[in-house]
Design a protein around this ligand. Structure first.
Ligand code: HEM
Length: 119
């Protein structure tokens, strides 16, 4: 489950930047397709995240925080991409994006016990 979770957000991250670069090149059709794939990946990220939560014996505040930041990050993926497509300002969202990534990586890899790094 943890591998599926990490794989899902990793692919989403790559596709997100692919979509941004296609958008810059004016390839709107490609961007739309990737946006659709991304939305499926968001669901997979949430589903695997919930799956991981269900495997936890006692869900403490760090797990709640991890889930909240994860969902916040998915919201930011979606917001940034759609605002970039519509040529609207994204600076405040990019700041949130960086903060949320630092938090999610800290919580996921450092604070919480399950890991792909030390199986
Ligand atoms: C883009 C969104 C997300 C990212 C980037 C992300 C990232 C991560 C990372 C880096 C880990 C640790 C993997 C490891 O140690 O090998 C992790 C684990 C986990 N994630 Fe997510 N996550 C996201 C969304 C979510 C969501 C939405 C939920 C819950 C609904 C969730 C729940 C969990 C749980 C329960 C774990 C296991 C924590 C542990 O015990 O170590 N994640 N995630």
């Amino acid at each position: 489950m943890i591998h599926a979770h990490v794989t899902a957000w990793f692919i989403a991250l790559i596709l997100f930047f692919v979509a941004l670069s296609l958008n810059k090149k004016g390839k709107t059709k490609g961007v739309k397709v990737i946006q659709m794939i991304l939305r499926v990946l968001y669901l997979l990220i949430i589903a695997t995240g919930v799956g991981l939560l269900l495997s936890v014996y006692k869900i403490d505040v760090w797990y709640i925080l991890k889930a909240v930041v994860g969902i916040w990050l998915i919201g930011l993926f979606e917001m940034i991409l759609s605002r970039v497509i519509n040529k609207r300002r994204t600076s405040t969202f990019w700041i949130q994006f960086i903060v949320a990534w630092i938090l999610v990586l800290y919580l996921g890899f450092v604070k919480l016990p399950m890991s792909i790094l030390h199986p």
